[in-house]
Design a protein around this ligand. Sequence first.
Ligand SMILES: Nc1ncnc2c1ncn2[C@@H]1O[C@H](COP(=O)(O)OP(=O)(O)OP(=O)(O)O)[C@@H](O)[C@H]1O
Length: 249
Amino acid sequence: MSHHIVEVDNLCYAYPDGTAAVQGISFCIHHGESVAIVGANGAGKSTLLQHLNGYLTPGEGRVRIGDFPLTKETIRDVRRTVGMVFQDPDDQLFMPTVYDDVAFGPLNLGLPPEEVQARVTEALARVEALHLQDRPPYRLSGGEKRSVAIASVLSMKPDILVMDEPTTGLDPRARRRLIELLRGFHHTKIIATHDLDLVLDLCERTIVIHNGRVTADGPTAAIFQDQELLAASHLEKPLRLQGCPVCSL
Ligand SMILES: Nc1ncnc2c1ncn2[C@@H]1O[C@H](COP(=O)(O)OP(=O)(O)OP(=O)(O)O)[C@@H](O)[C@H]1O
């Protein structure tokens, strides 16, 4: 299934002001893997993720999504394969109604109207946001916006799901529901997050980024046990793995 592989080779990216946000990142992710990208604020996670659907283009190095090296010519094919949930839902929602936003992708794929409607209904139902379909997105709460942004990606039925901070702003029930939903998504998942408990629940592999570089890449359980690595990367153990603050056990 080479068409589902994500390959990042010596990726470097500096913003126009000269900030070197990504400095030589390489990894390969295979079909069906569930991979967390973790790191402190400003480590380079969002910058890295934005290269996976061509929102940013590499300064140096290359990105390959399955059969396509990421170039201006292949961006349409890549975006059909990679569904990207941005860190800020306002970057994703721009239509007059929630329905229109979730229908936007399927309509662009040229799908027949019945299929578009079925996909919108299914995607909104999966994030329990069907009741919001006639609302303007800018009038939604932060958590509602995030759920709708996720639906707008699910409606495209992507092979690879890339999510930047998917649980920010979600209440505990919505967070739990999202985890269940992602568990049921059996294709490739790449999730940048500070929610390390979510990582424990969902991702068998974790890539740690620090100052634009990969400092570790391996099984999540091993990475979260490595105190030295976590401290050097300005990370803390997931709450679930921390001892009880009262009895220190
Ligand atoms: N538009 C921009 N122009 C200049 N520098 C930027 C821009 N966006 C991000 N940066 C810088 O690039 C570096 C990486 O930022 P990035 O947003 O990728 O980090 P992050 O790991 O996603 O952080 P966070 O966890 O806070 O979301 C930081 O030093 C940041 O200040």
